[in-house]
Design a binder for this molecule. Sequence first.
Ligand code: ZN
Length: 185
Amino acid sequence: MALLLIPISSSHAVDIPVICADKISYELRTSNVINQCLESELSLGEGPIAYSLTAPKTLNSTLEVRFLSAQAAAKRDGVALDITSGYRTLARQSELFKRALRKYGSYKEAAKWVSPPGISHHPLGLAIDVNYPNDPKGAKWLEIHGYKFGLCRVFENEWWHFEGNIAPGWKCPKMFKDARAFLKS
Ligand SMILES: [Zn+2]
């Protein structure tokens, strides 16, 4: 079997876009992996946001920049976006899951709505709930335009839950039915 190796030279790397947001207006500009973003800008990253190997204590900073850029663009369209739940400690996630267990009666039913602490992407700082519970219309704006900022709705049953699972500008993947998609079988 022949192995095809593609060398990454600088002429190729300039083709890998990096999306930059102005630190004040959060307007976007496309740069590349060689030139990166300016001092006056923040990077939205060039790929899906990766898991951190150490347990984070806050929301992933790239996810935050992506959200702030989307929030600014939505505002220009007259739509208000707010994070109603972002980073959660494992203890908080555990408490939410226990509450869901009481409400839904079984592990499988509860996990449809609240992921168990070791599974949820909220304690990893990689998930945000937007405009929950009262403004699905605003969140719909993010569902439509989020890909430009690298944000996607992830579950069919949670209109409020978004993650930075693509590179800015990519197409969002097909949604999972519900949060049980992340359960280890
Ligand atoms: Zn969520």
